[in-house]
Design a protein around this ligand. Structure first.
Ligand SMILES: [Zn+2]
Length: 247
């Protein structure tokens, strides 16, 4: 849950030391800057920086608030310590894919929504590659066909296939290939959720999925054995060829 600004300037937010949601009360004088500050369609004429303190553990925090003179209808631009929304991943998810997923979460935690979208797309593509959805001749050259093939194989459901396209792939492509646009929090939240769901599809019941992938010829028996003895050695580098489009 995102930090929330309350009347009087208290901020309810996740405290990493208390490991839970607490109140951070404002402490001392704030820095007030006059100017013109915009967020989406709203304009504010002051920027306030304030120090805060957690009522539980006493640790410090820092807020930046766009305002027109009070806390009501002010906009909390950021609050430190950053809150990081993390989702649980199955323990068998390879380390490189988990690292990609966690980095996407870190980007999202401080509002780097475009970077987060690109990283979730990357985590999805690496997942498919690690499971044998790699280019085969002229086939499976792009993420679109990899997702479709995983659905055709029955590893992901048709509903999930649609979400993978709509919430993760297309959003990531928009960021990487289209004109700049603001990516909203809700878009990143959906990409986050569906990337995690797909990781669960592939790794929750890993043994069964590996068996199926071997039957389908996506993975070899050796891949399966390697996986149980060590992690997958996918370096995460794009083996699709440089300059390939990402439809
Ligand atoms: Zn605390």
């Amino acid at each position: 849950m995102k930090p929330e600004l309350r009347d009087g300037g208290t901020i309810t937010a996740y405290c990493p030391d208390c490991e839970g949601r607490t109140n951070f009360t404002p402490v001392g004088a704030k820095i007030e800057i006059e100017g013109r500050f915009g967020h989406f369609n709203s304009t504010y004429h002051q920027l306030w920086y304030s120090l805060h303190q957690c009522v539980g553990c006493k640790r410090g925090g820092l807020s930046a608030i766009f305002t027109n003179g009070g806390y009501q209808s002010a906009y909390l631009r950021f609050f430190y310590p950053f809150f990081r929304e993390t989702l649980a991943l199955p323990s068998s998810v390879p380390k490189d894919i988990e690292a990609e997923f966690r980095e996407a979460e870190r980007c999202a935690s401080f509002g780097a929504n475009r970077a987060a979208s690109a990283m979730f797309r990357s985590a999805l593509e690496k997942t498919l590659k690690a499971n044998g959805y790699v280019r085969q001749g002229g086939k499976l050259r792009d993420l679109e066909s990899k997702i479709d093939e995983a659905a055709n194989d029955g590893i992901i459901t048709d509903a999930r296939r649609r979400r993978a396209h709509e919430e993760v792939r297309v959003l990531g492509n928009d960021v990487l290939h289209d004109e700049w646009r603001e990516v909203k929090d809700e878009e990143v939240e959906l990409a986050h959720l569906y990337t995690q769901r797909i990781l669960e599809d592939f790794y929750d019941d890993r043994e069964t999925v590996v068996k199926k992938l071997i039957e389908l010829g996506r993975l070899t028996k050796k891949d399966g054995d390697n996986e149980t003895s060590s992690s997958i050695t996918d370096t995460g580098y794009d083996d699709d060829g440089r300059g390939a489009s990402h439809p």
